[in-house]
Structure formats: structure tokens, C-alpha cells
Design a protein around this ligand. Structure first.
Ligand SMILES: Nc1nc2c(ncn2[C@@H]2O[C@H](COP(=O)(O)OP(=O)(O)OP(=O)(O)O)[C@@H](O)[C@H]2O)c(=O)[nH]1
Ligand SMILES: [Mg+2]
Length: 508
């Protein structure tokens, strides 16, 4: 049996940002005419767009790996890298987007609704953009950051006004083929229908959509047959039409018991919060296959019983098209009534807003891990993690720039308050991250603040000599000087004596 595709996991990889460029402008007579390295381009986003022409997620089932373009690297002469093109993935209307943990990100119910599921990486700044009055010619550029990579789950729930529910082979597909232009597969074996078929029915003034869904059997709400895959489609319909088979040859089955089993399954299906439980929606009953003589007899037999339960009952034949007009009129009435009610409600209901991913209000936080001695301080936060990605660790200047940025964010102060000491291991980012041995600046404000009252670590750190010590060393220096001078004098005298001796000798 083919798999039923209405739920697919996409493996996405958004484009990386291009690296910034380090370049120095050269002119005749001006070989070092300032930095001119351009910025890297941003990587392309991956965007889901609700499109009316898409009806299934089949294409994604076959090709679940999708990626968008990388940004181009910056170049000399202030040329920026090209921006990676966004990848737009059309999905059917009614697609629910979840992240890998199952949290709902968006519900694409209107055509044209868009959600960026995988943002592309940021292009790195070139050295021209990093130049300041203090750092006139940066010898480094920022690296592009990586695009988002991960899994997204798409789930399609058919959006239709009426859902046809019933046992396999009850004639649901035959019925939708008879009342609309839909051409579903019809065959006399169960589970012919694996994908929901949508049909547009025109009845008098009104138009509405009908969904023919896979057959439902006992235990479906626990996942039997096509189970939950099926029920998910029913979730959005405003009315249900029970299609009951009056001509089944299967022993032990009759329209009433079929209906009861299906009602039990529908009752057991948990609808999401805020939606009407399935059985509280308007329901009609169609007794199908009355073109078969036994079918008509059975239909007439069960009709009073069903009516006694409060259902409007229609005897129909999808094959001979008998009784279809009254049925479509009745459905149109239900749908129109529901639409009027919803239109009134929509005025008060808040608009659907696509929320961006949660953004940390604080820039970073420090988590202390490990035992009491070998403590490890982990810094988590979008900014520091991005900055680390942007740093080319082979370039000292770039590392220095990173240190400046981290200090400006106040990370050093927070490390002190968290109890870090010089030499402590600091990791930026989750997992292995980037590991540093922390060398604090001694005069940081935090250190002064956290020191006990009345002390100043700066005084402890420097071993300033006392006055007497300084005087002592002065004398020592002076003594040494006198001694050196005396020595020099003695040498000179010795030299003079020696030369005189030589002269005398020469005279001989
Ligand atoms: N005689 C008669 N046969 C019908 C009628 N409606 C459907 N059938 C037959 O019943 C069989 C099943 O019809 P389908 O329309 O495929 O049934 P279904 O409910 O869509 O079945 P699944 O997709 O498996 O759930 C086919 O052989 C149809 O020809 C009817 O009104 N009269
Ligand atoms: Mg079918």
C-alpha cells in the first residue's frame, strides 16, 4: 500500500552568509590608500508559501532535502558579495508547520501566507566597514554566519466545508465524483482512497468544497487503518456527511452499526483546543447504493431509526445519481449557515499573526557547569554565539575584536559575578562551542565592585616599595656609582703609569 502523504519532515539547510573581504586599496604613489574590502552577501532564506494550486505534500515526500543559496564573499574595491536567493517552497493551504519538537510555528490557512522557516546566514563585514577613526586599517574581516539547518514538519489538514466519512467502499469517492468535477479513484476494494480528494460542488447559488477522505474503520482513533491520518482531515470541515453502505455483503455489517462505530471513532479523536469537537458539528446521513434492490429495502428499513436519532436522512445512489439533488441542497444550506456564523465571529477574532522565532530579551546568560574545582562557564546567547561564528581565529586582530565586543556586552562583569577566576574555562555556545582560558583585565569595574569593602585589588596586585626601601635602593645605586667611578679612576692611573713606563723604555 502506498504511504499516505499528508505529513512530511523536511530537512532544510539555509544558505550561509558570505565572508567579508580584507583588502587594501592601492593607487599610484599611494600604495596603502585605506581598506576597501567589501561585505559578504547574506545567505538565502527558506520560505514556505501557502499556494492554492498545491494540493498535496507529495513533492516534499519525494524530495525532503531542500537548501537555499549561499551568499557570495565580499571582494576588493568595496564590492559586496551577492545575496543568496531565497528558496520559496509552495505548500497547500491548510498546512501546519511544526519544528522538530512538535511546537506549532504557523498554520497556513490563507493563500499567500508566508513563513521563513530557515533564515539564511548573515554576510560578514569587510574590512572597509570595520574601519573606525581608531582602527583605520583593520587587518581582518568578519566571517559569514551559517544558515539555519534542521528539520521542519509539515502536516496537511484538508480545508473543506463538508467531509464525507464512512467505511471503506461505502461509496464516498463515487459520491464526490457524482456531485463534483473531481475524478478520484473508485474501486471495490477497501482503502482505495489514500489521499483526500477535494471537489467543488455547485448547488443553486452556493458553492462549497467536499473532501472525500480515506475510509474509516473501528480503532481508527487509535491509529488503525489510515486512522489518525484520516481524522486529521476531518478536523477542519464545518459539516460531516455520513455515507452508509446499504449493499455491503460483509457479514455482521449494517448501516446502523457502521454509523455507531464511526461515531465512536469521531468522538475519540481529540481536536485541537478552540475547535468544535467533531460530533458537535452538523451531520447528515446518506444511505448509499439504493440502486441495488436489497440496498433500497435495507435503506427503507433503517431510515425511521436514523430519523429517530435526529439525523436528516437521504437515500441516494452514486451510480444512478438518484437523490443527489436534495442532498446537495441540504449540504449547501448547512454550509451557508456555518459561513454566516463564522463571518460574524471573524470580526471579533484576532488576526492571525506570524510570530518570528522567540528572541532572547537578554543578550546572553552564563551557565556554570561542572564540579566545584574544575568549573566551566558557558555563555549562551544569540549575539555572542554569532560573533564567535564571525571570528577568524587564525587572525589575532579578529580575535582581539571579538574580545572587545564581548567585553562591551558586559560578559566580563557577569563572569566575575558568577565567580570565575583568571584561568577559568569559558565556553561560548552550546555543545563543544569555542573554548577559552579566561584572562580578565585586572582593573575591571566588576572586580572592584565584588572585592570586599575597603580593599582595592589594584593595591594588592602591585608590590609598591615603601619609602625606606626606595631610599635604601637609592643609596645602593649611589654607592655602586661611587665604587664604579673609583674603579675607573684607578684604571686610568694605572694606564698613565704604564704609558710613562713605555715612553721611558722607548727613549732608550
Ligand atoms: N451499486 C452501487 N455501487 C456503488 C455505489 N457507490 C459506490 N459503489 C461501488 O462501491 C465500490 C467502492 O466505491 P468507492 O467510491 O471507491 O468507495 P469509497 O468509500 O471511496 O472507498 P475507500 O476509498 O476504500 O474508502 C465501487 O466498486 C463502486 O462502484 C452505488 O451507489 N451503487
Ligand atoms: Mg474512496
Amino acid at each position: 500500500m502506498a504511504t499516505f502523504v499528508d505529513r512530511v519532515t523536511l530537512h532544510l539547510r539555509a544558505g550561509n552568509g558570505g565572508h567579508g573581504c580584507v583588502s587594501v586599496r592601492r593607487e599610484k604613489f599611494k600604495p596603502l590608500a585605506g581598506p576597501d574590502g567589501g561585505n559578504g552577501g547574506d545567505g538565502g532564506d527558506i520560505v514556505l508559501v501557502a499556494a492554492a494550486i498545491e494540493t498535496t505534500l507529495l513533492g516534499y515526500h519525494r524530495r525532503p532535502h531542500r537548501s537555499s543559496d549561499n551568499g557570495g564573499p565580499g571582494m576588493g574595491d568595496n564590492r559586496s558579495g551577492f545575496t543568496g536567493t531565497d528558496l520559496e517552497l509552495p505548500v497547500p493551504i491548510g498546512t501546519v508547520v511544526r519544528d522538530a519538537d512538535g511546537t506549532e510555528l504557523a498554520d497556513l490557512t490563507e493563500p499567500g501566507m508566508r513563513i521563513v522557516v530557515a533564515p539564511g546566514g548573515q554576510g560578514g563585514l569587510g574590512n572597509a566597514a570595520l574601519a573606525t577613526t581608531k582602527r583605520k586599517a583593520p587587518g581582518f574581516a568578519l566571517l559569514g554566519t551559517e544558515g539555519w539547518e534542521g528539520d521542519i514538519v509539515l502536516e496537511l489538514k484538508t480545508v473543506a466545508d463538508v467531509a464525507l466519512v464512512g467505511y471503506p467502499s461505502a461509496g464516498k469517492s463515487s459520491l464526490i465524483a457524482a456531485i463534483s468535477a473531481a475524478k478520484p479513484k473508485i474501486a471495490d476494494y477497501p482503502f482505495t482512497t489514500l489521499h483526500p480528494n477535494l471537489g467543488v460542488v455547485e448547488s443553486g447559488e452556493s458553492r462549497f468544497t467536499v473532501a472525500d477522505v480515506p475510509g474509516l474503520i473501528e480503532g481508527a482513533s487509535e491509529g488503525k487503518g489510515l486512522g489518525l491520518e484520516f481524522l486529521r482531515h476531518v478536523e477542519r470541515c464545518s459539516a460531516l456527511l455520513h455515507v452508509l453502505d446499504c449493499a455491503t455483503l460483509e457479514p455482521g455489517r449494517d448501516p446502523i452499526s457502521d454509523l455507531e462505530i464511526i461515531l465512536t471513532e469521531l468522538a475519540a479523536y481529540p481536536v485541537p483546543e478552540g475547535q468544535t469537537p467533531l460530533l458537535e458539528r452538523p451531520q447528515l446521513v446518506a444511505l448509499n447504493k439504493v440502486d441495488v434492490p436489497e440496498g433500497r429495502d435495507l435503506a427503507e428499513l433503517v431510515r425511521p431509526e436514523l430519523e429517530a436519532r435526529g439525523y436528516r436522512v437521504f437515500e441516494i445512489s452514486a451510480v444512478s445519481r438518484e437523490g443527489l439533488r436534495p442532498l446537495t441542497f441540504a449540504l449547501a444550506e448547512l454550509v451557508e449557515a456555518d459561513r454566516t456564523a463564522k463571518a460574524a465571529e471573524a470580526v471579533t477574532r484576532e488576526r492571525i499573526v506570524l510570530r518570528p522565532r522567540a528572541v532572547n530579551t537578554e543578550d546572553f546568560r552564563i551557565v556554570v557547569e561542572g564540579g566545584s574545582d574544575g568549573n566551566l562557564y558557558r555563555i549562551l546567547g544569540a549575539k555572542p554565539e554569532r560573533w564567535v561564528q564571525q571570528t577568524d581565529f587564525r587572525n589575532d586582530e579578529a580575535v582581539g575584536y571579538l574580545a572587545d565586543r564581548l567585553a562591551k556586552l558586559g560578559i566580563e562583569d557577569k563572569l566575575f559575578t558568577a565567580g570565575a577566576v583568571a584561568g577559568a574555562t569559558v565556553v561560548i555556545g552550546p555543545g563543544d562551542g569555542v573554548v577559552f582560558d579566561w584572562e580578565p583585565t585586572l582593573t575591571s569595574a566588576a572586580e572592584l565592585m565584588t572585592a570586599p569593602r575597603g580593599t582595592d585589588p589594584r593595591l594588592d596586585a602591585l608590590n609598591r616599595p615603601s619609602t625606606s626601601q626606595r631610599r635604601q635602593s637609592y643609596y645602593e645605586r649611589m654607592d655602586a656609582k661611587t665604587a664604579a667611578r673609583a674603579e675607573l679612576e684607578a684604571e686610568r692611573i694605572a694606564e698613565r703609569d704604564a704609558s710613562r713606563w713605555n715612553d721611558e723604555e722607548g727613549d732608550d
